[in-house]
Design a protein around this ligand. Structure first.
Ligand SMILES: NC(=O)c1ccc[n+]([C@@H]2O[C@H](COP(=O)([O-])OP(=O)(O)OC[C@H]3O[C@@H](n4cnc5c(N)ncnc54)[C@H](O)[C@@H]3O)[C@@H](O)[C@H]2O)c1
Ligand SMILES: [Zn+2]
Length: 692
């Protein structure tokens, strides 16, 4: 390359990286995997190092010299007392050894002690305690100043408000201390939320890290509280008075633990590059069992005075290095690209692969995200592609082995028509996705009807997926309302001895007309509105008519949410849904056909007071009630049901084979009740009993 080409290449890489930084740090919606990103960054660093003059000319400001910036609108910014840095990273053991050699040289010592820690894949946060009290939580921002997310961080139940008093390793207990850590989400919680997204026909989150990052930047703490975030603390920022520092990194971890803060589950203190590599291998074997996702190890100099002596570059400390685990990757043939049409008409391209073994499972399909992604990577049917699975739970096609490309492979032509109904696709403003706009598109009808009739919604026995497919295919059902127009004569033509099943189905359809209102609302498939939001809406609006006439002010008044659990995003989705004439028409038709959903019982003063403000946790199998029934009873009496036991839990309702929740309740002194006791409480007898 000549200097002009080098300059152009540097410029292009910088622009690409800036684009991905924006998506990753600010929007929490990256388009490429971390490995791909790291490769781009590495190419840029190498070019800049080899051609410092060109790097200078290309423009002074490079992403290799600054920390990715997460600051977003709507938050107050706060200046860190001590800068928050990034970490240099590598995927290679050799480079890790070079790092050790560099440090030894820099400090003029041969035998250094290191700490190997898990690298948690969340988002960086700095939590400040003053005189032992939590006063602030701030994101990394640009390293110098970050967004003040205190209100949101306070929804994290495992983040203590005060530091426990006890053995203090510090020479003097600090007046103010910034403790650095990572906010993350467990895989279980990630999957729970993605399931709700699926039900609400919304795009799925790719991994827990992005979801955690997106959640902490919600403007309404009540929305944050709906998703369970967690935190782990491992780093030391500013400390006042300054001479109070602990002597080593591993002492510091013990101090964090002694203060009662959630900290690393495991770390290693080691004395050589070989021992570092052994520790990393051990970590790789055990990391699956950790509560958080880990994408590597962080190697740090153990001595804190030596850390200070080594100092930092413009973006990362010289005394630490991240070693990242390469994601597992496989190469396989792309047999076809199929286009799926979702309930709301969104087209999603899916890679149909020659089955290949990857990270413990067989992968046959992988996401291709959207049209732009296919074009950007120039993915062609018949290509040999690389598939990766790392932090990403959903496998992704990350690139093409172009060396193996057959001459007959031609660029993929994205359909301009819906693959199902052939209606020309549209792209809504502000959306990357393409949609089939035809409401009568058979796939969409099928998916909408399936959803409406499913157990999670109106629950029509006998109208399972296969039956829905049949009645849609026959042309008898073109909308949800058509379910109530199904004719006995038609259904009888479906087989020889179908009399009984037909009558059962028609009876079930008849019964469904009086389904619970929340089930009906959920069944409409309004974007963002899952089961729990539907319950809140049913309780508040009490009829479908009232909900259909709702206005913005019914949800948001003076920037505050009116109905607990219904934030602005949901409010707008509801209003938009009922603004559509077809949707209003559908509701009108359903009512005209005799559908008359049952509103939830009025919370009379007496019953709602019974469990008002009380939170229950259910565990084990109850003798006569299902969990759902118990939940209904608790909610009807104004109480809440939560998934995990904390000090705030009022009662744990335990049945047979109760597990760890029972033990936790006992250790926290939360009263444990059985079903009989629960029923007595419901009858109004002794809601405050402590009996077991
Ligand atoms: N996919 C994309 O488009 C995209 C874009 C930008 C960044 N990224 C990813 O983010 C990385 C860069 O992000 P970064 O600047 O936050 O750096 P980083 O994640 O590589 O390392 C620094 C961060 O690691 C975290 N960390 C976790 N455990 C730690 C521990 N035990 N000790 C110290 N720190 C620990 C801290 O939050 C710290 O800020 C890239 O390497 C890439 O993987 C991806
Ligand atoms: Zn269509």
């Amino acid at each position: 390359m000549n200097p002009d080409e080098i300059r152009a290449r540097i410029k292009k890489l910088r622009a690409d990286i800036a684009h991905h930084d924006e998506l990753y740090y600010r929007k929490a919606e990256p388009e490429i995997s971390d490995v791909e990103y790291d490769r781009l960054k590495k190419s840029l660093t190498e070019l800049e190092d080899a051609h410092p003059d060109c790097a200078q000319d290309a423009s002074a400001d490079s992403p290799t010299e600054r920390v990715g910036d997460d600051r977003t609108e709507g938050f107050a910014t706060y200046t860190h007392r001590e800068r928050m840095m990034s970490l240099d990273n590598t995927y290679s053991e050799t480079e890790l050894r070079e790092f050790c050699a560099r440090l030894e040289k820099l400090l003029g010592r041969e035998e250094l002690t290191y700490v190997v820690e898990p690298k948690i894949d969340g988002l960086a946060v700095s939590v400040t305690y003053e005189h032992g009290k939590l006063v602030r939580a701030v994101t990394r921002g640009n390293g110098v100043e970050g967004d003040d997310i205190t209100a949101n961080a306070l929804t994290i139940k495992t983040l203590p408000r005060t530091l426990k008093k006890g053995d203090d390793l510090f020479s003097q207990s600090p007046d103010l201390i910034e403790i650095r850590g990572e906010i993350f989400m467990t895989t279980a919680e990630f999957q729970r939320i993605n399931k709700l997204r699926e039900e609400a026909a919304e795009p799925l989150y790719a991994n827990p890290r992005n979801l955690a990052a997106g959640t902490i930047k919600q403007l309404d703490p009540r929305e944050v509280a709906q998703r369970k975030l967690e935190i782990v603390l491992y780093g030391l920022g500013a400390c006042e008075p300054a001479p109070a520092l602990p002597p080593t990194q591993h002492d510091w971890h013990e101090q964090v633990r002694a203060w009662g803060l959630p900290t690393l589950e495991k770390y290693w203190v080691v004395k050589s590059a070989d021992e570092i590599c052994d520790a990393i291998r051990e970590l790789d074997k055990m990391r699956e069992k950790f509560a958080y996702a880990t994408d590597g190890a962080v190697v740090k100099l153990d001595s804190i005075p030596l850390q200070r002596e080594a100092g930092a570059t413009s973006k990362a400390p010289r005394w630490a290095m991240a070693y990242k685990f390469a994601p597992e990757r496989a190469e396989t043939r792309l047999n076809a690209i199929t286009i799926q049409v979702g309930r709301t008409g969104v087209l999603t391209p899916v890679a149909e692969l020659e089955p290949v073994h990857l990270a413990g499972s067989t992968v046959q399909r992988a996401t291709l995200h959207n049209r732009d992604e296919i074009a950007r990577k120039d993915i062609r049917v018949g290509d040999f592609v690389y598939v990766e699975k790392a932090g990403e739970i959903i496998p992704a096609v990350v690139g093409v082995n172009t060396a193996k490309r057959a001459p007959e492979c031609v660029p993929f032509v994205y359909p301009e028509k819906c693959p199902v109904c052939e209606t020309p696709v549209v792209q809504l403003e502000g959306e990357v996705a393409l949609r089939c706009p035809n409401r009568e598109c058979p796939v969409q009808v099928r998916r909408r009807v399936r959803h409406f009739a499913s157990k999670a919604c109106v629950d029509i026995d006998g109208l399972g997926e296969a039956m829905v497919d049949t009645v849609v295919e026959k042309g008898w059902v073109r909308s949800v309302a058509d379910i109530y127009r199904l004719r006995r004569d038609d259904l009888m033509t479906l087989g020889k001895s179908v009399e009984k099943s037909t009558d059962n189905l028609l009876a079930a359809i008849e019964t469904s007309k009086r389904a619970d209102l929340w089930r009906f609302i959920h069944g409409l498939g309004i974007t963002h509105i899952g089961a729990s939001a539907s319950k809140d809406l049913a309780q508040n609006f009490r009829s479908i008519d009232a909900l259909a006439k709702s206005k913005y002010e019914d949800f948001i008044l003076e920037k505050k949410t009116v109905i607990e659990g219904i934030g602005e995003t949901m409010a707008l989705a509801i209003i938009e849904y009922f603004n559509e004439p077809q949707n209003r028409m559908l509701v009108g038709e359903l009512l005209a056909l005799g559908v008359n959903p049952t509103p939830p019982p009025e919370r009379s003063a007496a019953t709602s007071a019974l469990f008002a403000g009380k939170t229950f946790v259910l565990t084990g199998t109850l003798p006569t009630m299902t969990r759902e029934q118990a939940t209904e009873k608790i909610e009807a009496a104004g109480g809440k049901v939560s998934g995990s036991v904390s000090k705030k839990t009022s009662y744990v309702l335990a049945g047979a084979e109760a597990g760890s929740k029972l033990a936790k309740a006992e250790s926290l002194g939360v009263p444990v009740i059985d079903e009989a006791e629960f029923v007595r409480m419901l009858d109004g007898g002794g809601a405050d009993t402590q009996a077991v």
